[in-house]
Design a protein around this ligand. Sequence first.
Ligand SMILES: Nc1ncnc2c1ncn2[C@@H]1O[C@H](COP(=O)(O)OP(=O)(O)O)[C@@H](O)[C@H]1O
Ligand SMILES: [Mg+2]
Length: 384
Amino acid sequence: MQARNILVVDKDIITRKFLKQTLEKRGHQVLQAELGKEGLVFAWRDKPDVIVVDPDLPDINSELFIQKIRQDARTASTPVIALSTNLEPEFAKKCIIQGYTLYFTKETEALPKLLAQIENIGKAKTTPLFNKDAGGKVLVFLSGKGGVGVSSLVTNIATTIKEYKKDAKVVLMDMVLPLGSLATRVGYQESINITTLADLPLEELTPEFMSATLPQISGWKFYLLAGSPTPEAANLLQWKKIPHIINILRKEFDYIVVDLGRSLSRTSLHIIQAAHLITLVLGTEKESARLGKAVQEYLLGLNIDERKLYPIINRAVGHEGLTKAEAEQIFGSEIKGTIPFMGAKFTLANDQAESAVRKYPRDTGSMMLIDISKDMLETVEKLK
Ligand SMILES: Nc1ncnc2c1ncn2[C@@H]1O[C@H](COP(=O)(O)OP(=O)(O)O)[C@@H](O)[C@H]1O
Ligand SMILES: [Mg+2]
């Protein structure tokens, strides 16, 4: 673990002492401030790796504090964690919108997570593998039918890409509306998601901001842009900002892996237009091959380059069902790969919010997923 310089801004001396002790025991250096203004001066002078601040400051308000931090080049992209006694979700949301990176409440149960975030957040950036000017590659996954395993595949394929291209930065984006599922699947419980991000003014949505703000999911190795947590949040989604968000993500990440589920909405079409590879997931029933074909025809009708289409079969529902040859007949073109039924292992890993590929790397299913991931990346490179 890397030692970090942490600035703690808190009017409460007990909290300050406690954090100082706990963090120093773990090898970090801690600088403390009691007042907001003092905190700002220390932040600009010492450029800490992370700032932890109780937004209830004695001298200035929490919004002014974060504005000053974000407007100054020395601290514009420094992760700032709010550590607050305010349990109101509305207040937490307000802080995130104002520019705080994460929000924690002062509760003993939150401590292990707070420590993990302090240590993970804003880690030294890896050197980019690819030419950033050209931008990262967008890999979208969709199906004609729900329940065929799109979400299970994106999470595992995003992890596999990261294992295979060690220095790449990978972000997984959940665009299934009106309700995303990836946050739950990978065990992410905080409040940053596509709706809260799209609420922010465009000028705040910079590549550095994305890196500092999006959570890194440690067991899975990717960054996550979580989906809509509720149908209400989906209704509030400022979908017109999605193309901008994708462009910004492309400046910071090498791969943007997107779960579109079976939604061919206005929003998902923008993303499909920007995609470098479109993986169409078919299930094992005739119906799913027919629906997949309908989606394919629709996309070709939009003038999408056929070479970007990457149809695969996922045997999510067991051993019976279509063979590859039968599916190809219905689908009308070559199926690029087949993921076998991974049975109880897959479900068990899912239930524990773990990656099946990482948990059972020698399983045939995992090996086939790894092969398919490599082939996808090669296909993208060839299309350049
Ligand atoms: N290859 C597979 N082998 C076994 N179970 C799978 C496989 N792919 C998906 N599943 C299971 O199928 C169910 C539906 O998968 P999910 O990823 O939620 O589908 P979708 O996102 O397309 O609706 C989940 O319970 C998942 O664990
Ligand atoms: Mg899904």
